[in-house]
Design a protein around this ligand. Structure first.
Ligand code: FNR
Length: 192
């Protein structure tokens, strides 16, 4: 199963980027063919329809293609103001915007339709970014994704990782593993 993993943060010491690394390692150990990307490696401007009319940026096309090629995704999102960050919204807005007049990419949801998506979050706070998930999940459903019912919010994220970037608590590892297992199982059943 081809699994795409990314975090909704580009911060150097990002907890969500650390969590995405953990997910990538655990999913690979579970037999998934993992593609772990960093959004910082994609040169994606703030969405602007006038800019888009001059041509969809090359890195948006690269991301559209990558997402299209992966039947399963896991997203690790930060929480900003009880929602998910603009980085995540902007990225997914670009991905879902059709390339006007293109016979293939004129389909808004070509990259996202039918994808099985697991949602995780991490925050230094007590709720672990859970409220970001409650906003991100409806967006993913609008993109025609199947969102897995098992989610995990890593609270007190500043204390959750050791120096090697591994999760300290076995309970947290089990919760992450449960999301991975559900995503891979559902993707095997639902992938075309
Ligand atoms: C935050 N943060 C935050 N945390 C939280 O649990 N609930 C929240 O509503 C918010 N709101 C918020 C707004 C803004 C503008 C910022 C910049 C930050 C704190 C946030 O969880 C923290 O900065 C994390 O470290 C961000 O995730 P990464 O970059 O570590 O993955």
């Amino acid at each position: 199963m081809k699994l795409l993993v990314f975090a909704g943060s580009t911060r150097t010491g990002s907890y969500n980027r650390k969590l995405a690394h953990v997910v990538a390692r655990m999913a690979a150990a579970a037999g998934a063919e993992v593609t772990h990307i960093e959004l910082a490696d994609f040169d994606i401007p703030m969405y602007n329809a006038d800019l888009e009319a001059r041509g969809t940026p090359a890195d948006v096309m690269r991301l559209k293609q990558l997402m299209y090629e992966h039947p399963a995704w896991i997203i690790c999102t930060p929480e900003y103001n009880a929602s998910y960050p603009a980085l995540v919204k902007n990225t997914l807005d670009w991905v879902s915007s059709p390339v006007k007049g293109d016979p293939v990419w004129g389909d808004d949801f070509r990259s996202s339709r039918g994808k099985v998506v697991g949602v995780l979050s991490a925050s230094p706070g007590a709720l672990g970014g859970l409220r970001s998930q409650s906003h991100l999940i409806p967006l993913l459903m609008n993109l025609k994704c199947w969102v897995c019912p098992t989610v995990f919010a890593l609270s007190r994220a500043g204390d959750a990782f050791d120096a090697q970037g591994e999760l300290v608590a076995d309970a947290s590892k089990k919760r992450v593993q449960a999301v991975i297992d559900e995503v891979l199982d559902a993707a095997r059943r639902l992938a075309p």
